[in-house]
Design a protein around this ligand. Structure first.
Ligand SMILES: [Zn+2]
Length: 77
């Protein structure tokens, strides 16, 4: 999941832009999302390209700016 790298939580993240691109056969090709943390004002982006790993899209994703990509968190908060 995406977290604010500064606040270390996703609680205040808002998606400010989201684009999804598909190939002609409707295979998911690219995701481009922009995030803003409403708590600290940090912004960042999440980009996913390719179709090699549909089970775990995050594995093919990169993040930039003030957000970070974290693996699954424990069930309890
Ligand atoms: Zn933040």
């Amino acid at each position: 999941m995406i977290e604010c790298a500064n606040c270390e939580t996703a609680q205040f993240l808002q998606i400010t832009r989201s684009r999804v691109y598909f190939e002609a056969d409707e295979l998911l090709r690219e995701i481009d999302e922009r995030y803003e943390c409403t708590l600290c004002g940090a912004t960042g982006s999440y980009t996913y390209t390719g179709t090699d790993n549909e089970v775990d899209p995050d594995a093919s994703a990169t993040v930039a700016g003030g957000v970070t990509l974290t693996r699954r968190k424990p069930e309890h908060a």
